[in-house]
Design a protein around this ligand. Structure first.
Ligand code: NAD
Length: 369
């Protein structure tokens, strides 16, 4: 039976509360006997700053590099508003992304049927929605140089950001998207702005070549990023996998995410390059933050974090059956009308974090019996 090392980094605020529920799901999977996950827990974010004066310790980064995968809760909160910029809680997360070279950010937008009525779009447009946004995470305009504001001396300033992509960066993110599509609906949309941006011209050219040479069995459609934003709210179910650069991905993934309702429902994955054994470094985390407004109340929705573990099962550990079980258990609990405060709607009765964890475990028991 395979044995894997999972590094747990619960972080701050509601992070430890939701990660405690994930740990119970991991134990449930361990009991099934198809694989064993060894869990080790460490500090990141504000709690790491309190302990070591930095947002993540070198030893923690080493553990992350050695682990088979990393699961993170959330970092940050008002308590650390005044810490030095380099030691702010988010710096721990950024260091992990950089040191693990996590260039591919996967954000699924899944609309559980039971929550379709809660979307800001019409129910029939989002019911059953399942889109995967693949965002390039380590290049593009957020990192390109020059990046500066110059004083022009006449009361004017000039600000410059540089959008820059090299062939290999586009190739590797496109490969991730095509690979994913093969496990899903076999369709990739590649979004750029080739009509006005040179980086868009190169993106389009490289995506076309990688597709023709390596993934001809997958359908590829090119779409301009602005049209893509419009199509996401007009007819989101036309998409399966959507691959795009860092800037457009930032915007399009938030747009797609909100089609599905609450932040408390949204998982994510960040993947690195394949090593010689075909394994990728990976970090799974909910999209939401540390929610200081509800931290310590046992009210947080653990679904985004549990669904992040389901993504790890599917994409890092190739345990699709178990991933399906966890996702079906979440859907089953929602079908029964159980809701945490963020998704309860007017007049409903909210349950707490642990009660939601209990319900998901009970559903897993029922699904496997
Ligand atoms: P947030 O996601 O923490 O919270 C936004 C709103 O959504 C809050 O009302 C919160 O109560 C609610 N919410 C979020 N997750 C929830 C859950 N699981 N269950 C129920 N309700 C939930 O965003 P914010 O308030 O802008 O940021 C709070 C802190 O988190 C800040 O310090 C910010 O920097 C940090 N942050 C961290 C990450 C991360 O760790 N990846 C991401 C975003 C924000």
């Amino acid at each position: 039976m395979p044995s894997y090392d999972l590094l747990f980094l619960p972080g701050d605020g509601i992070g430890p509360e939701v990660m405690a529920e994930v740990a119970r799901v991991v134990e449930w999977i361990n009991k099934r006997g198809t694989a064993t996950f060894n869990m080790e827990t460490d500090l990141v974010g504000g709690c790491a700053y309190d302990a070591h004066g930095e947002a993540i310790a070198d030893e923690t980064v080493d553990k992350a590099l050695k682990a088979d995968s990393v699961l993170l809760g959330a970092v940050g909160g008002p308590k650390w508003d005044d810490v030095p910029y380099e030691a702010r809680p988010e710096a721990g997360l950024l260091r992990l992304r950089k040191d693990l070279e996590l260039f591919a950010n996967l954000r699924p937008a899944i609309c559980y049927p039971a929550l379709a009525a809660a979307s800001s779009l019409k129910q029939d447009l989002v019911e059953g929605l399942d889109v995967m946004i693949v965002r390039e995470l380590t290049g593009g305009v957020y990192f390109g140089e020059p990046k500066e504001i110059t004083d022009l001396g006449d009361g004017q300033k000039r600000a410059v950001d540089t959008q820059v992509y090299e062939t290999y960066e586009i190739e590797r993110i496109c490969r991730v998207a095509f690979d994913l599509a093969k496990k899903r609906g076999n369709l990739v949309h590649s979004a750029e702005k080739r009509n006005v941006m040179k980086s868009g011209v190169l993106w389009n050219e490289v995506a076309t070549r990688v597709h023709a040479e390596e993934f001809p069995e997958v359908e590829l459609q090119h779409i301009l990023a602005d049209n893509c934003a419009m199509q996401l709210v007009r007819n989101p179910k036309q998409f399966d996998v959507l691959v795009t650069d860092n800037l457009f991905g930032d915007i399009l993934s938030d747009c797609a995410a909100m089609l599905t309702g609450s932040l408390g429902m949204l998982p994510s994955a960040s993947l690195g390059a394949e090593d010689d054994n075909g394994k990728r470094k990976s970090l799974y985390e909910p999209v939401h933050g540390s929610a200081p407004d509800i931290a310590g109340q046992g009210a947080a929705n653990p679904i985004a974090t549990i669904a992040s573990y389901a993504m790890a099962l599917r994409y890092t550990f190739n345990m699709g059956t178990e991933a399906d079980m966890v996702e079906n258990a979440i859907a089953g609990v929602l079908d029964k009308g159980l809701r945490t405060g963020d998704i309860v709607g007017d007049g409903g009765q909210a349950i707490g974090t642990q009660a939601m964890g209990n319900a998901i475990l009970a559903e897993l028991d029922a699904l496997s019996s």
